[in-house]
Design a protein around this ligand. Structure first.
Ligand SMILES: Cc1ncc(COP(=O)(O)O)c(C=O)c1O
Length: 454
């Protein structure tokens, strides 16, 4: 594609043919800018700005944008003119990547099913768990996010995502995150094939489970014949320090879903890692050797990108690095922000943190806060995101299922001075929201713009 075609002048085509509502939302937020290049944690725009990425594509860019090692590997794979999508052969690269992933994951995980997205991984888990246990029900932790295909949506209890798309799968049931009593009550019915949970709930607000919860949940699952399944689409690939967040909590799941960062943020890919027992209950004979597949799943570009990503993560010791820098980041955020009235908690693990806000206590500010929340519950968080972007050139996002939590998830390759820029920026913006003008006048302006477009 020529430079001219890849320019902001082409935005009307996107607006006309793809998703006009998305364009309008970015316009309202003042975030509709044209990126010319993205490297590591930095995004460059055609108006000369350099923006720091603290969202990393919702944990896609663990190795940073366009990591040269991954880009080189993909280019070399293309130049090889190999069997990228033959479908009728043994794709050796998939074997190599599966071995790397299973070895790092450890425990019972000794086979991989490849797919092209996290949602597709969740769909596979539902099928495999049913085949393995001969049960239909799926239990899941409430408040989580598992993707937007119908099966994955059936494991989400936030009506925002599900309304108008039903009926979804029957026999799915939410249990509160962290509540062992409720979990056991449902498991003891012995109707459930799997319990699916994010070890740290990312979009729910970067929620870390209570001590020993996951270990005990796993043993309850084992006692009642239910598979214990972790969705590590955001937390996997060293995001929280170890290869899997499971490793923090000493659990050995029967299946783990990976996606997003698995292929360096460049080629769609996902994987379900599973035990031999689960695999053998699905692929039981020659006849069933392709009983569950997906056209692009083992394509050589994704697999090559996956292998290169694993190399980059291992060679740079990025998990340990992210854990160390993430800890330092939270310490700095706590020391600079926690005395502010509206800052409720700063928490996280590795390079995944959440800054939770609460309504202001001061009467005058509380009235304003509540008025904005009535217009839209995400209004406060979006103004925060918008101010960080416009005034401080920091791209961030609030959590999809908890609008009072700002998710802080930069690439694992981010450096200390870039993290310090974020801390400085947060302090300025959080300080401004505790004053009666500035932040709230801005919020009012945005409220007006929102009202004009809805
Ligand atoms: C925890 C989790 N699981 C599953 C998914 C779905 O992944 P995808 O968008 O690749 O289908 C997401 C997406 O954000 C996610 O955060």
């Amino acid at each position: 594609m020529s430079e001219a075609k890849n320019s902001s002048a082409q935005q009307p085509l996107y607006e006309k043919y793809v998703n006009p509502q998305w364009v309008r939302l970015l316009d309202v937020l003042g975030m509709n800018v044209h990126y010319t290049s993205c490297l590591g944690s930095e995004l460059f725009t055609d108006d000369g700005r350099r923006i720091l990425d603290f969202n990393s594509g919702y944990c896609v860019h663990n190795v940073g944008h366009n990591h040269p090692g991954v880009v080189r590997a993909i280019k070399a794979e293309l130049d090889r003119n190999g069997p990228a999508m033959l479908q009728g052969h043994v794709p050796e690269l998939a074997g190599e990547l599966a071995q790397r992933l299973c070895t790092q994951a450890g425990g019972r995980l000794s086979k991989a099913f490849f797919c092209s997205s996290g949602s597709e991984g969740v769909e596979a888990v539902i099928k495999f768990a049913r085949a393995n246990t001969k049960r239909a029900g799926i239990l899941y932790a409430g408040g989580g996010f598992h993707g937007l295909t119908c099966g994955a949506l059936s494991l989400m209890d936030n009506p925002f995502w599900t309304t108008e798309f039903g009926p979804l799968l029957p026999e799915t049931q939410a249990v509160p995150f962290g509540d062992l009593g409720q979990l056991e009550k449902h498991l003891s019915s012995r109707k459930f094939a799997a319990f699916v949970i994010e070890p740290i709930q990312a979009e729910a607000g970067v929620l870390i489970p209570p001590p020993n919860y996951l270990e005990q949940a796993q043993s309850l699952c084992r006692r009642h014949g239910t598979l214990f399944v972790l969705d590590e689409v955001q937390t996997g690939m060293y995001r929280t320090g170890p290869f899997l967040a499971a490793h923090h909590f000493r659990v050995e799941p029967d299946m783990v879903i990976l996606a997003k960062a698995i292929s360096g943020g460049l080629i769609p890919s996902g994987a379900v890692l599973m035990s031999d027992a689960v695999y053998n209950s699905v692929y039981t004979s020659f006849k069933r050797s392709i009983i569950h597949t997906s056209t692009y799943s083992e394509n050589s570009l994704s697999m090559r990108a996956g292998l290169a990503t694993m190399d980059v993560l291992a060679d740079g010791n990025l998990g340990e690095r992210g854990a160390r820098l993430g800890r330092q980041l939270r310490e700095k955020l706590i020391s600079r922000l926690s005395h502010y009235d509206m800052v409720k908690e700063i928490r996280g693990l590795g390079m995944m943190s959440g800054i939770e806000f609460r309504p202001p206590k001061k009467f005058r500010l509380r009235i304003l806060f509540e008025a904005f929340s009535r217009i839209h519950p995400a209004m406060f968080g979006q103004v925060l995101v918008m101010r960080l972007f416009r005034d401080k050139a920091i791209y961030s996002q609030i959590c999809g299922n908890n609008f009072m939590v700002l998710k802080v998830a930069p690439a694992l390759v981010i450096n200390e001075s870039q993290l310090d820029e974020f801390v400085d920026a947060m302090e300025v913006i959080v300080d401004s929201m505790h004053a009666s003008t500035g932040f709230w006048t801005e919020a009012l302006g945005m409220a007006r713009r929102v009202i004009n477009v809805i």
